[in-house]
Design a protein around this ligand. Structure first.
Ligand code: NG6
Ligand code: CA
Length: 516
């Protein structure tokens, strides 16, 4: 080898080492992996509802195990304090307040995700994953008029799910039937299903007019059609054979989730397992009745915890646990009386579903959106408690980064290092939402702009966060949002309002801008 080519080779070798180094250095692009991905999503489970997050009067050993053996985020947020917008944010990586239709939907609402939009399942499907949803949907179905007796679409299958086994909206809304890949399960052409949210079908009993038929009584709303003795929101006729059994719902979804896993154990899969608990109506299977001593709300949390344990056991038995990234969270904060007399308030004892946080479901205060948020991957993620600021929004871009996709959600930050436990650098800022109102979190501080409307929703007994004044809290030393520092911290307040308006857009600016 002559001198010149020797130098060339050394330079080339150096370059090779440099690029190989880039690949293996922590924080740099690591070769993509394809673990199975499971999102276990609860409905209305509060920050304080599980043992690992501080509950002492409720036992949730299976969820606690995920939290203590995975990363337990103490500052993990849903995008919204109600279901539809929250799930919209999770699946699309886009702030729900950017879509005016992302608000609590009736069972007849059209699909609110654009079929051209990037979604978490679509991104994974493009990377070769089989994708499935089992459980609550609540993002609308169809494009205006739905015939429940034919194929119902567009729906989950048109926004990225290969397989769907869902309830259309909520357990308290009609239609009270399961829908598999767009078809009502057990649909009988001789007994067609009709659904109407405005008026009843002639001769059909209602919760309002037929209290004698009820096994559960309504407190507010929930006085339309009666199914299984439970009055619902909306009217439904027909489909007798197809109607679900409320007390069997948890077992049913668990079985479907398990079937999906077993069927697809040999290929990378994504499963969105969206449990219905502890949303109303709370209908524990008889074997869980009385299990919590707290009435149906506690009982269905114990039931859900059992489901989570069984589901993880299935992953384990199939030899998949070490190759599955599990994310556990809840769509929004807790509520006790959400429209039925079910002893949730009366039997609460000293349990605090919101933990140390103020507010609850529907609220702009912390308990509305700050939720249990756990990331677990056996053998891969080291256990820890993290106080990095993370949001469901971020899962799309972070998981994309894990599997080697360059798709991103519009508002989704790539926090893969945080979710894998290698960094504490979460988001710097986040806009949270509650029933179409928004607030702004930056660092430890949260700013809630003035809103009209009652301070408390007296029906559900939850502080909503409305005030004529700006509110500014330092969550670093005031997690319960007790001291409003808006007057004392004028400079910070101004900065936060300015940044918030930049993110939210000028339409919110006019009434909310502070003028000194
Ligand atoms: C409310 C319902 C409540 C619950 C909620 C949706 C009434 C009076 N209240 O309108 O019971 O169904 O919608 O909850 O009807 S969520 O978790 O799906 O957002
Ligand atoms: Ca919910």
């Amino acid at each position: 080898m002559n001198g010149k080519s020797g130098i060339k080779e050394i330079v080339l070798l150096g370059l090779v080492f440099f690029f190989v180094g880039l690949l293996v250095l922590p924080g740099c692009n690591v070769a993509p992996e394809q673990p199975n991905i499971v999102v276990i999503y609860m409905d209305d489970l509060g920050y304080g509802d599980i043992g690992a997050y501080g509950a002492t009067s409720l036992e949730t050993p299976n969820i606690d195990k995920l939290a203590t053996e995975g990363i337990m985020f103490t500052e993990g947020y849903a995008t919204s304090a109600t279901c539809t917008p929250s799930r919209y944010g999770l699946l699309t990586g886009m702030y729900p307040w950017k879509n005016k239709n992302a608000r609590i939907l009736p069972g007849t609402a059209p699909l609110i995700i654009d079929t051209a939009q990037v979604t978490l399942p679509k991104m994974l499907k493009a990377e070769g994953y089989i994708t499935g949803i089992v459980g609550k949907w609540h993002l609308g179905l169809g494009d205006g008029v739905v015939d429940w007796n034919n194929r119902i679409g567009p729906g989950p299958n048109e926004v990225g799910f290969d397989y769907s086994y869902i309830m259309a909206a909520t357990q308290d809304r009609v239609p009270t039937v399961y829908i598999e890949n767009g078809y009502v399960v057990g649909q009988d052409p001789e007994d067609p299903i009709q659904v109407n949210y405005k008026e009843n079908f002639e001769g059909e009993p209602t919760g309002l007019e037929n209290p004698e038929l009820l096994t559960m009584h309504w407190h507010h709303g929930h006085n339309s059609s009666i199914v299984n003795g439970i009055p619902r929101i909306g009217y439904m006729k027909g489909g007798e054979e197809a109607k679900w059994s409320d007390v069997d719902m948890a077992d049913h979804f668990l079985e479907k989730a398990g079937e999906f896993v077993k069927q697809h154990k040999d290929e990378p899969f994504f499963l969105y397992y969206a449990l219905q608990q502890p949303h109303v109506p709370r209908t524990p299977h008889p074997r869980f009745v009385g299990s919590s001593g707290m009435g149906p709300r506690g009982d269905v949390i114990v039931e859900a915890d059992w489901c989570v344990g069984q589901f993880i056991k299935t992953l384990e038995e199939e030899g998949l646990l070490e190759n599955t990234l599990v994310i556990f969270s809840s769509d929004n904060g807790p509520v006790l009386n959400d429209g039925y007399y079910d002893d949730a308030v009366e039997k609460l004892g000293d349990h605090r579903p919101s933990g140390p946080l103020r507010g609850g479901k529907y609220s702009l205060f912390e308990a509305g959106t700050r939720v249990p948020f756990v990331v677990y991957w056996k053998g891969r993620i080291e256990p820890k408690v993290s106080d990095a600021l993370v949001c469901h929004l971020d899962l799309l871009s972070s998981i994309a980064s894990l599997v080697g996709s360059d798709m991103k959600g519009p508002d989704s930050e790539n926090l893969l290092d945080v979710f894998m436990g290698n960094s504490e650098q979460g988001r710097e800022a986040l806009v949270i939402e509650a029933t179409s109102r928004t607030a702004f979190r930056k660092g430890d501080w949260v700013m809630i702009p003035p809103y009209d409307g009652p301070a408390i929703n007296t029906l559900v007994d939850i502080e909503l966060g409305n005030s004529e004044e700006y509110q500014l809290y330092n969550l670093g030393n005031d997690i319960g949002q007790k001291v409003n520092l808006a007057d004392k911290e004028k400079g910070r307040l101004n900065d936060m309002v300015t940044e918030y308006i930049q993110i939210r857009g000028e339409d919110v600016a006019v009434e909310q801008l502070i003028l000194e």
